[in-house]
Write a protein that binds this ligand. Structure first.
Ligand SMILES: Cc1cc2nc3c(=O)[nH]c(=O)nc-3n(C[C@H](O)[C@H](O)[C@H](O)COP(=O)(O)OP(=O)(O)OC[C@H]3O[C@@H](n4cnc5c(N)ncnc54)[C@H](O)[C@@H]3O)c2cc1C
Length: 449
Protein backbone atom coordinates (compact mmCIF):
# COMPACT_ATOMS: atom_id res chain seq x y z
CA UNK A 1 0.00 0.00 0.00
CA UNK A 2 1.21 3.52 -0.78
CA UNK A 3 1.64 6.57 1.41
CA UNK A 4 -0.93 9.30 0.68
CA UNK A 5 0.34 12.14 -1.51
CA UNK A 6 0.73 15.65 -0.11
CA UNK A 7 -2.53 16.61 -1.83
CA UNK A 8 -4.47 13.68 -0.33
CA UNK A 9 -2.93 14.27 3.10
CA UNK A 10 -4.01 17.90 3.10
CA UNK A 11 -7.47 16.88 1.88
CA UNK A 12 -7.90 14.42 4.76
CA UNK A 13 -6.62 17.00 7.25
CA UNK A 14 -9.03 19.65 5.93
CA UNK A 15 -12.03 17.31 6.19
CA UNK A 16 -11.01 16.12 9.68
CA UNK A 17 -10.64 19.67 10.99
CA UNK A 18 -14.14 20.76 10.03
CA UNK A 19 -16.78 19.54 12.48
CA UNK A 20 -19.58 19.43 9.88
CA UNK A 21 -17.60 17.26 7.43
CA UNK A 22 -15.66 14.83 9.64
CA UNK A 23 -18.46 12.49 10.79
CA UNK A 24 -18.23 9.89 7.99
CA UNK A 25 -14.48 9.72 8.18
CA UNK A 26 -14.52 9.29 11.96
CA UNK A 27 -17.22 6.62 11.79
CA UNK A 28 -15.34 4.60 9.18
CA UNK A 29 -12.25 4.44 11.36
CA UNK A 30 -14.18 1.99 13.58
CA UNK A 31 -13.83 -0.47 10.67
CA UNK A 32 -10.27 0.49 9.76
CA UNK A 33 -9.08 -3.13 10.06
CA UNK A 34 -11.29 -4.13 7.13
CA UNK A 35 -9.40 -1.84 4.75
CA UNK A 36 -6.03 -2.12 3.09
CA UNK A 37 -4.81 1.04 4.84
CA UNK A 38 -6.01 3.86 7.14
CA UNK A 39 -6.03 6.17 4.09
CA UNK A 40 -8.47 3.88 2.31
CA UNK A 41 -10.71 3.76 5.38
CA UNK A 42 -10.65 7.56 5.74
CA UNK A 43 -11.35 8.20 2.06
CA UNK A 44 -14.24 5.73 2.08
CA UNK A 45 -15.69 7.56 5.09
CA UNK A 46 -15.32 10.88 3.28
CA UNK A 47 -16.95 9.49 0.14
CA UNK A 48 -19.95 8.07 2.00
CA UNK A 49 -20.72 11.26 3.91
CA UNK A 50 -22.37 13.81 1.57
CA UNK A 51 -20.98 16.78 3.54
CA UNK A 52 -17.53 15.24 3.69
CA UNK A 53 -17.54 14.45 0.00
CA UNK A 54 -18.78 17.88 -1.08
CA UNK A 55 -16.09 19.55 0.99
CA UNK A 56 -13.39 17.18 -0.26
CA UNK A 57 -14.38 18.01 -3.83
CA UNK A 58 -14.03 21.72 -3.05
CA UNK A 59 -10.60 21.16 -1.50
CA UNK A 60 -9.47 19.25 -4.59
CA UNK A 61 -10.67 22.01 -6.92
CA UNK A 62 -9.04 24.72 -4.82
CA UNK A 63 -5.72 22.88 -4.94
CA UNK A 64 -5.84 22.30 -8.68
CA UNK A 65 -6.92 25.88 -9.47
CA UNK A 66 -3.93 27.51 -7.75
CA UNK A 67 -2.38 29.60 -10.52
CA UNK A 68 1.16 29.69 -9.18
CA UNK A 69 1.20 25.90 -8.90
CA UNK A 70 -0.15 25.61 -12.45
CA UNK A 71 2.51 27.95 -13.84
CA UNK A 72 5.29 26.12 -11.99
CA UNK A 73 4.11 22.83 -13.49
CA UNK A 74 3.78 24.28 -16.99
CA UNK A 75 7.32 25.59 -16.69
CA UNK A 76 8.64 22.24 -15.51
CA UNK A 77 8.68 20.48 -18.88
CA UNK A 78 11.55 18.12 -19.60
CA UNK A 79 12.36 15.14 -21.77
CA UNK A 80 12.13 12.95 -18.65
CA UNK A 81 8.49 13.79 -18.14
CA UNK A 82 5.41 11.93 -19.29
CA UNK A 83 2.51 14.26 -20.08
CA UNK A 84 -1.07 13.00 -20.31
CA UNK A 85 -3.64 14.88 -22.37
CA UNK A 86 -7.02 14.73 -20.62
CA UNK A 87 -7.92 14.06 -16.98
CA UNK A 88 -10.54 11.31 -17.24
CA UNK A 89 -10.67 7.65 -16.27
CA UNK A 90 -7.78 6.66 -18.55
CA UNK A 91 -5.48 9.43 -17.40
CA UNK A 92 -6.10 8.28 -13.83
CA UNK A 93 -5.58 4.62 -14.71
CA UNK A 94 -2.33 5.30 -16.54
CA UNK A 95 -0.99 7.58 -13.80
CA UNK A 96 -1.88 5.15 -11.00
CA UNK A 97 -0.36 2.07 -12.60
CA UNK A 98 2.66 3.98 -13.81
CA UNK A 99 3.52 5.36 -10.37
CA UNK A 100 2.81 2.05 -8.66
CA UNK A 101 5.17 0.42 -11.18
CA UNK A 102 7.95 2.67 -9.91
CA UNK A 103 7.92 5.53 -12.44
CA UNK A 104 7.59 9.28 -11.69
CA UNK A 105 4.24 11.05 -11.51
CA UNK A 106 3.00 12.12 -14.94
CA UNK A 107 1.79 15.64 -15.64
CA UNK A 108 -1.90 15.77 -16.65
CA UNK A 109 -3.24 18.61 -18.81
CA UNK A 110 -7.01 19.17 -18.82
CA UNK A 111 -8.69 21.69 -21.11
CA UNK A 112 -11.67 22.41 -18.84
CA UNK A 113 -11.66 23.91 -15.36
CA UNK A 114 -13.03 20.67 -13.86
CA UNK A 115 -10.68 17.74 -13.39
CA UNK A 116 -12.10 14.22 -13.93
CA UNK A 117 -13.26 13.89 -17.56
CA UNK A 118 -16.68 12.78 -18.79
CA UNK A 119 -18.02 11.65 -15.42
CA UNK A 120 -17.00 14.96 -13.84
CA UNK A 121 -18.91 17.05 -16.42
CA UNK A 122 -21.14 18.25 -13.56
CA UNK A 123 -20.60 18.74 -9.85
CA UNK A 124 -24.06 17.36 -9.01
CA UNK A 125 -25.25 13.88 -10.02
CA UNK A 126 -27.06 13.96 -13.38
CA UNK A 127 -26.86 10.50 -14.92
CA UNK A 128 -26.52 6.91 -13.81
CA UNK A 129 -23.71 4.70 -15.07
CA UNK A 130 -24.73 1.70 -17.15
CA UNK A 131 -22.08 -0.62 -15.71
CA UNK A 132 -23.05 -2.29 -12.42
CA UNK A 133 -21.53 -1.39 -9.07
CA UNK A 134 -19.88 -4.51 -7.75
CA UNK A 135 -17.04 -5.23 -5.38
CA UNK A 136 -14.01 -6.97 -6.82
CA UNK A 137 -11.03 -6.36 -9.03
CA UNK A 138 -10.84 -5.62 -12.77
CA UNK A 139 -12.53 -8.05 -15.12
CA UNK A 140 -15.13 -8.58 -17.76
CA UNK A 141 -18.78 -7.46 -17.62
CA UNK A 142 -20.35 -10.91 -17.35
CA UNK A 143 -17.99 -12.03 -14.57
CA UNK A 144 -19.90 -11.54 -11.30
CA UNK A 145 -16.75 -11.65 -9.19
CA UNK A 146 -15.28 -8.53 -10.78
CA UNK A 147 -16.06 -4.82 -10.77
CA UNK A 148 -16.84 -3.28 -14.18
CA UNK A 149 -15.99 0.17 -12.75
CA UNK A 150 -12.62 -0.81 -11.33
CA UNK A 151 -9.90 1.82 -11.65
CA UNK A 152 -6.60 -0.08 -11.39
CA UNK A 153 -4.47 1.21 -8.51
CA UNK A 154 -6.93 3.88 -7.32
CA UNK A 155 -6.82 4.87 -3.61
CA UNK A 156 -10.47 3.78 -3.35
CA UNK A 157 -12.74 2.07 -5.86
CA UNK A 158 -16.24 2.95 -7.07
CA UNK A 159 -17.45 0.04 -4.91
CA UNK A 160 -16.32 2.07 -1.85
CA UNK A 161 -18.45 5.11 -2.57
CA UNK A 162 -22.05 3.84 -2.68
CA UNK A 163 -24.33 0.83 -2.39
CA UNK A 164 -26.37 1.70 -5.50
CA UNK A 165 -26.62 -0.90 -8.26
CA UNK A 166 -25.98 1.84 -10.82
CA UNK A 167 -23.90 4.70 -9.51
CA UNK A 168 -24.07 8.33 -10.50
CA UNK A 169 -21.57 10.12 -12.67
CA UNK A 170 -20.15 11.99 -9.69
CA UNK A 171 -19.54 8.76 -7.75
CA UNK A 172 -17.17 7.66 -10.50
CA UNK A 173 -15.76 11.17 -10.87
CA UNK A 174 -14.78 11.19 -7.19
CA UNK A 175 -12.79 7.96 -7.58
CA UNK A 176 -11.01 9.35 -10.66
CA UNK A 177 -10.24 12.67 -8.98
CA UNK A 178 -8.78 10.98 -5.89
CA UNK A 179 -6.58 8.79 -8.08
CA UNK A 180 -5.28 11.86 -9.90
CA UNK A 181 -4.69 13.65 -6.59
CA UNK A 182 -2.58 10.69 -5.48
CA UNK A 183 -0.69 9.80 -8.64
CA UNK A 184 -0.42 12.86 -10.91
CA UNK A 185 0.32 16.55 -11.13
CA UNK A 186 -2.73 18.10 -12.74
CA UNK A 187 -3.17 21.42 -14.54
CA UNK A 188 -6.74 22.35 -15.50
CA UNK A 189 -7.58 25.00 -18.14
CA UNK A 190 -4.67 23.76 -20.26
CA UNK A 191 -5.78 22.97 -23.81
CA UNK A 192 -3.25 21.18 -25.96
CA UNK A 193 -3.44 22.66 -29.48
CA UNK A 194 -0.65 20.90 -31.32
CA UNK A 195 2.53 18.91 -30.85
CA UNK A 196 5.81 18.79 -32.75
CA UNK A 197 9.15 16.98 -32.72
CA UNK A 198 11.30 18.31 -29.88
CA UNK A 199 14.80 16.95 -30.69
CA UNK A 200 14.76 15.11 -28.31
CA UNK A 201 11.26 14.46 -26.98
CA UNK A 202 8.19 16.29 -28.10
CA UNK A 203 7.07 19.89 -27.82
CA UNK A 204 3.48 20.67 -26.87
CA UNK A 205 1.72 23.91 -27.73
CA UNK A 206 -0.73 24.84 -25.00
CA UNK A 207 -3.29 27.60 -25.45
CA UNK A 208 -2.16 30.83 -23.77
CA UNK A 209 1.12 29.32 -22.52
CA UNK A 210 4.70 28.81 -23.63
CA UNK A 211 5.55 25.50 -25.28
CA UNK A 212 6.00 22.54 -22.94
CA UNK A 213 8.65 19.88 -23.46
CA UNK A 214 7.76 16.25 -22.78
CA UNK A 215 9.57 12.94 -23.07
CA UNK A 216 6.38 11.08 -23.95
CA UNK A 217 2.74 11.98 -24.50
CA UNK A 218 -0.13 9.79 -23.40
CA UNK A 219 -3.10 10.95 -25.40
CA UNK A 220 -6.23 10.28 -23.32
CA UNK A 221 -8.61 12.71 -24.99
CA UNK A 222 -11.64 10.50 -24.47
CA UNK A 223 -14.81 10.46 -26.49
CA UNK A 224 -14.25 13.89 -28.08
CA UNK A 225 -16.63 16.71 -28.94
CA UNK A 226 -20.32 16.38 -29.85
CA UNK A 227 -20.87 15.71 -33.56
CA UNK A 228 -23.61 18.28 -33.87
CA UNK A 229 -22.29 20.96 -31.56
CA UNK A 230 -22.51 23.47 -34.42
CA UNK A 231 -26.30 23.27 -34.52
CA UNK A 232 -26.71 23.66 -30.75
CA UNK A 233 -27.54 27.22 -29.69
CA UNK A 234 -27.17 26.74 -25.93
CA UNK A 235 -30.82 27.62 -25.19
CA UNK A 236 -33.44 25.63 -27.13
CA UNK A 237 -31.06 23.21 -28.86
CA UNK A 238 -28.50 21.62 -26.56
CA UNK A 239 -25.79 19.00 -26.81
CA UNK A 240 -25.84 16.20 -24.24
CA UNK A 241 -23.16 17.91 -22.13
CA UNK A 242 -25.00 21.25 -22.24
CA UNK A 243 -28.24 19.53 -21.25
CA UNK A 244 -26.51 17.80 -18.33
CA UNK A 245 -25.10 21.16 -17.21
CA UNK A 246 -28.65 22.44 -17.26
CA UNK A 247 -29.86 19.40 -15.26
CA UNK A 248 -27.23 20.22 -12.64
CA UNK A 249 -28.54 23.78 -12.28
CA UNK A 250 -31.60 25.38 -10.73
CA UNK A 251 -35.09 24.24 -12.02
CA UNK A 252 -33.59 22.63 -15.09
CA UNK A 253 -36.83 21.69 -16.85
CA UNK A 254 -38.62 25.00 -16.35
CA UNK A 255 -40.64 25.80 -19.46
CA UNK A 256 -39.75 22.49 -21.14
CA UNK A 257 -43.14 20.87 -21.71
CA UNK A 258 -42.38 19.47 -25.14
CA UNK A 259 -38.92 18.03 -25.61
CA UNK A 260 -37.24 16.23 -28.50
CA UNK A 261 -34.23 13.98 -28.01
CA UNK A 262 -32.21 13.04 -31.10
CA UNK A 263 -30.03 9.90 -31.16
CA UNK A 264 -30.38 6.39 -29.78
CA UNK A 265 -27.20 5.73 -27.78
CA UNK A 266 -26.54 5.76 -24.05
CA UNK A 267 -26.31 9.56 -23.84
CA UNK A 268 -29.73 9.89 -25.47
CA UNK A 269 -31.14 7.30 -23.07
CA UNK A 270 -29.77 9.29 -20.12
CA UNK A 271 -31.29 12.50 -21.55
CA UNK A 272 -34.70 10.79 -21.90
CA UNK A 273 -34.42 9.53 -18.31
CA UNK A 274 -33.83 13.10 -17.14
CA UNK A 275 -36.99 14.27 -18.93
CA UNK A 276 -39.02 11.38 -17.46
CA UNK A 277 -37.81 11.98 -13.89
CA UNK A 278 -35.98 8.65 -13.59
CA UNK A 279 -32.46 10.10 -13.48
CA UNK A 280 -30.75 11.23 -10.25
CA UNK A 281 -32.92 13.87 -8.52
CA UNK A 282 -31.97 17.32 -9.81
CA UNK A 283 -31.37 20.15 -7.39
CA UNK A 284 -34.47 22.38 -6.94
CA UNK A 285 -36.81 20.55 -9.29
CA UNK A 286 -40.33 19.25 -8.70
CA UNK A 287 -43.04 17.98 -11.04
CA UNK A 288 -45.55 20.35 -9.44
CA UNK A 289 -43.50 23.13 -10.98
CA UNK A 290 -42.05 21.64 -14.13
CA UNK A 291 -43.08 18.46 -15.88
CA UNK A 292 -42.19 17.42 -19.40
CA UNK A 293 -45.53 16.36 -20.93
CA UNK A 294 -44.27 15.04 -24.20
CA UNK A 295 -40.96 13.61 -25.32
CA UNK A 296 -40.42 12.79 -28.99
CA UNK A 297 -37.38 10.60 -29.38
CA UNK A 298 -35.86 10.61 -32.86
CA UNK A 299 -33.85 7.41 -33.08
CA UNK A 300 -33.66 5.02 -35.99
CA UNK A 301 -32.67 1.81 -34.23
CA UNK A 302 -34.72 1.72 -31.05
CA UNK A 303 -37.87 -0.30 -30.25
CA UNK A 304 -41.04 1.76 -30.51
CA UNK A 305 -43.28 -0.26 -28.18
CA UNK A 306 -43.04 -1.20 -24.52
CA UNK A 307 -43.06 -4.94 -25.29
CA UNK A 308 -40.28 -4.65 -27.83
CA UNK A 309 -38.30 -2.47 -25.47
CA UNK A 310 -38.54 -5.00 -22.68
CA UNK A 311 -37.41 -7.78 -25.00
CA UNK A 312 -34.53 -5.96 -26.69
CA UNK A 313 -33.00 -3.43 -24.32
CA UNK A 314 -30.55 -4.28 -21.55
CA UNK A 315 -31.49 -4.15 -17.87
CA UNK A 316 -30.07 -0.75 -17.00
CA UNK A 317 -32.47 1.08 -19.33
CA UNK A 318 -35.59 -1.07 -18.80
CA UNK A 319 -37.45 1.63 -16.83
CA UNK A 320 -37.75 3.80 -19.94
CA UNK A 321 -39.87 1.15 -21.70
CA UNK A 322 -43.00 1.60 -19.60
CA UNK A 323 -43.37 5.17 -20.84
CA UNK A 324 -43.75 3.84 -24.36
CA UNK A 325 -47.32 2.70 -23.71
CA UNK A 326 -50.47 4.77 -23.37
CA UNK A 327 -52.18 5.27 -20.08
CA UNK A 328 -55.85 4.29 -19.60
CA UNK A 329 -56.94 7.55 -21.22
CA UNK A 330 -54.77 7.24 -24.26
CA UNK A 331 -52.04 9.63 -23.15
CA UNK A 332 -48.44 8.77 -23.73
CA UNK A 333 -45.45 10.86 -22.67
CA UNK A 334 -42.74 9.17 -24.72
CA UNK A 335 -42.80 8.33 -28.43
CA UNK A 336 -39.95 6.86 -30.44
CA UNK A 337 -39.95 8.23 -33.99
CA UNK A 338 -37.68 5.99 -36.05
CA UNK A 339 -36.20 8.62 -38.34
CA UNK A 340 -33.38 11.10 -38.59
CA UNK A 341 -34.00 14.64 -37.45
CA UNK A 342 -32.28 17.93 -38.12
CA UNK A 343 -33.51 20.67 -35.79
CA UNK A 344 -33.86 24.31 -36.79
CA UNK A 345 -33.55 27.01 -34.14
CA UNK A 346 -36.59 29.31 -34.14
CA UNK A 347 -36.89 32.18 -31.65
CA UNK A 348 -37.67 30.43 -28.34
CA UNK A 349 -38.18 26.97 -29.86
CA UNK A 350 -36.62 24.15 -31.84
CA UNK A 351 -38.33 22.97 -35.01
CA UNK A 352 -38.22 19.40 -36.33
CA UNK A 353 -40.30 18.26 -39.29
CA UNK A 354 -42.94 20.93 -38.68
CA UNK A 355 -43.22 20.28 -34.91
CA UNK A 356 -41.96 22.82 -32.41
CA UNK A 357 -40.31 21.94 -29.12
CA UNK A 358 -39.37 23.94 -26.05
CA UNK A 359 -36.13 22.03 -25.97
CA UNK A 360 -34.20 19.76 -28.33
CA UNK A 361 -31.33 17.61 -26.98
CA UNK A 362 -28.92 16.44 -29.66
CA UNK A 363 -27.13 13.20 -28.72
CA UNK A 364 -25.69 12.14 -32.06
CA UNK A 365 -22.27 10.90 -31.00
CA UNK A 366 -18.86 12.47 -30.83
CA UNK A 367 -15.97 13.38 -33.05
CA UNK A 368 -12.38 13.64 -32.07
CA UNK A 369 -11.13 16.93 -30.58
CA UNK A 370 -8.48 18.17 -32.97
CA UNK A 371 -4.81 18.35 -31.96
CA UNK A 372 -2.42 19.10 -34.78
CA UNK A 373 -0.08 16.14 -35.51
CA UNK A 374 -2.05 13.84 -33.21
CA UNK A 375 -4.70 12.82 -35.74
CA UNK A 376 -6.10 9.28 -36.09
CA UNK A 377 -3.94 8.59 -39.18
CA UNK A 378 -0.75 9.30 -37.21
CA UNK A 379 -1.03 6.15 -35.08
CA UNK A 380 -0.38 2.44 -35.51
CA UNK A 381 -1.24 -0.50 -33.20
CA UNK A 382 0.74 -0.93 -30.02
CA UNK A 383 0.86 -4.52 -28.84
CA UNK A 384 1.98 -6.09 -25.57
CA UNK A 385 4.14 -9.23 -25.55
CA UNK A 386 1.05 -11.50 -25.54
CA UNK A 387 -0.13 -10.01 -28.85
CA UNK A 388 -2.97 -7.86 -27.42
CA UNK A 389 -3.42 -4.41 -28.92
CA UNK A 390 -3.62 -2.17 -25.82
CA UNK A 391 -2.99 1.29 -27.31
CA UNK A 392 -1.96 3.14 -30.47
CA UNK A 393 1.57 4.33 -31.03
CA UNK A 394 2.49 7.41 -33.05
CA UNK A 395 4.50 6.66 -36.19
CA UNK A 396 7.08 9.39 -35.51
CA UNK A 397 6.64 10.95 -32.08
CA UNK A 398 6.90 9.42 -28.61
CA UNK A 399 3.12 9.49 -28.19
CA UNK A 400 0.51 6.84 -27.44
CA UNK A 401 -3.28 6.92 -27.52
CA UNK A 402 -5.31 5.18 -24.84
CA UNK A 403 -8.98 4.76 -24.00
CA UNK A 404 -12.02 5.05 -26.27
CA UNK A 405 -10.42 7.25 -28.88
CA UNK A 406 -7.67 4.69 -29.44
CA UNK A 407 -10.54 2.68 -30.99
CA UNK A 408 -9.06 -0.63 -29.98
CA UNK A 409 -10.54 -3.59 -31.83
CA UNK A 410 -12.56 -6.24 -30.00
CA UNK A 411 -10.38 -9.29 -29.41
CA UNK A 412 -11.36 -12.76 -30.60
CA UNK A 413 -12.05 -13.65 -26.96
CA UNK A 414 -14.34 -10.62 -26.54
CA UNK A 415 -16.28 -11.74 -29.59
CA UNK A 416 -16.60 -15.28 -28.22
CA UNK A 417 -17.70 -13.94 -24.82
CA UNK A 418 -20.42 -11.77 -26.40
CA UNK A 419 -18.77 -8.53 -25.22
CA UNK A 420 -18.67 -7.31 -28.83
CA UNK A 421 -22.45 -7.82 -29.23
CA UNK A 422 -23.14 -4.54 -27.38
CA UNK A 423 -21.62 -1.71 -29.43
CA UNK A 424 -21.38 0.58 -26.37
CA UNK A 425 -18.94 -1.90 -24.80
CA UNK A 426 -16.29 -0.56 -27.18
CA UNK A 427 -15.82 2.39 -24.80
CA UNK A 428 -16.63 0.65 -21.51
CA UNK A 429 -14.19 1.03 -18.68
CA UNK A 430 -14.18 -2.68 -17.85
CA UNK A 431 -12.79 -3.28 -21.32
CA UNK A 432 -10.31 -0.43 -21.70
CA UNK A 433 -9.03 -0.16 -18.10
CA UNK A 434 -6.95 -3.31 -18.29
CA UNK A 435 -5.50 -2.28 -21.66
CA UNK A 436 -4.35 1.10 -20.34
CA UNK A 437 -3.07 -0.56 -17.17
CA UNK A 438 -1.08 -3.10 -19.22
CA UNK A 439 0.46 -0.27 -21.21
CA UNK A 440 1.44 1.67 -18.09
CA UNK A 441 2.96 -1.40 -16.48
CA UNK A 442 5.05 -2.44 -19.48
CA UNK A 443 6.27 0.71 -21.25
CA UNK A 444 9.97 1.31 -20.68
CA UNK A 445 11.08 4.49 -18.95
CA UNK A 446 10.76 7.64 -21.03
CA UNK A 447 14.43 8.06 -21.66
CA UNK A 448 14.57 4.67 -23.43
CA UNK A 449 12.00 5.60 -26.13
C1 LIG B 1 -23.36 9.53 -20.67
C2 LIG B 1 -22.24 8.55 -20.60
C3 LIG B 1 -22.34 7.47 -19.75
C4 LIG B 1 -21.33 6.52 -19.70
N1 LIG B 1 -21.47 5.51 -18.84
C5 LIG B 1 -20.50 4.57 -18.78
C6 LIG B 1 -20.63 3.49 -17.87
O1 LIG B 1 -21.59 3.38 -17.14
N2 LIG B 1 -19.63 2.57 -17.84
C7 LIG B 1 -18.54 2.66 -18.65
O2 LIG B 1 -17.69 1.80 -18.59
N3 LIG B 1 -18.39 3.69 -19.50
C8 LIG B 1 -19.35 4.64 -19.58
N4 LIG B 1 -19.21 5.68 -20.46
C9 LIG B 1 -18.01 5.74 -21.28
C10 LIG B 1 -16.90 6.37 -20.44
O3 LIG B 1 -17.34 7.60 -19.94
C11 LIG B 1 -15.69 6.66 -21.26
O4 LIG B 1 -15.28 5.55 -21.98
C12 LIG B 1 -14.55 7.10 -20.34
O5 LIG B 1 -14.95 8.13 -19.51
C13 LIG B 1 -13.45 7.58 -21.16
O6 LIG B 1 -12.45 8.02 -20.29
P1 LIG B 1 -11.26 8.87 -20.87
O7 LIG B 1 -10.35 9.15 -19.73
O8 LIG B 1 -10.69 8.21 -22.03
O9 LIG B 1 -11.94 10.19 -21.41
P2 LIG B 1 -12.82 11.35 -20.74
O10 LIG B 1 -13.40 10.94 -19.43
O11 LIG B 1 -13.75 11.78 -21.79
O12 LIG B 1 -11.72 12.46 -20.48
C14 LIG B 1 -11.03 13.07 -21.55
C15 LIG B 1 -10.62 14.45 -21.10
O13 LIG B 1 -9.76 14.99 -22.08
C16 LIG B 1 -9.94 16.38 -22.12
N5 LIG B 1 -9.40 16.90 -23.38
C17 LIG B 1 -9.85 16.68 -24.64
N6 LIG B 1 -9.11 17.33 -25.53
C18 LIG B 1 -8.14 17.97 -24.84
C19 LIG B 1 -7.07 18.81 -25.19
N7 LIG B 1 -6.81 19.15 -26.46
N8 LIG B 1 -6.26 19.31 -24.22
C20 LIG B 1 -6.47 18.98 -22.91
N9 LIG B 1 -7.50 18.19 -22.52
C21 LIG B 1 -8.32 17.68 -23.46
C22 LIG B 1 -11.45 16.50 -22.01
O14 LIG B 1 -11.84 17.79 -21.59
C23 LIG B 1 -11.78 15.42 -20.99
O15 LIG B 1 -11.85 15.94 -19.68
C24 LIG B 1 -20.20 6.66 -20.52
C25 LIG B 1 -20.08 7.76 -21.36
C26 LIG B 1 -21.08 8.71 -21.41
C27 LIG B 1 -20.93 9.90 -22.32
Amino acid sequence: MFEPSTQLTSLLTAVALKESTAAGMRAMMQREQEFGSPTQASLTGVALDPDGRAYADEVLDAYWSDEQRQQDLLNSGSTDREVIIGSGFHAATYAAVRVLSGYPKPLVLERTDRVGGTFAMTTRPVFYLNSRNRAGSAGLAGDQGTSPNYLPGAPIQAANVSMAEYQTNIDMAFVIRLALAQFADVVPNATVLSVSQGYPGVEMQIEGNAALLAGRIIDARGLGDPNDQDIANGTTILTFAQFMQRMAGMWPLRGARRVAVIGGGDSAKCAVESCLGISPQPFMAAVALDQVDRIDWYAEDLPTTCDQWQADIRGRYQAIGRYLRQDRFGLRRLTVLPRRAQPVALPGAGLINGRTYDLVVVCTGNRETAIDRLGPGDFDDYTTADGTVVARKHYELPALRVGPHARLPFTAQERTDGIADIAANAVSMFRTASQTAALAATLPSVTRD
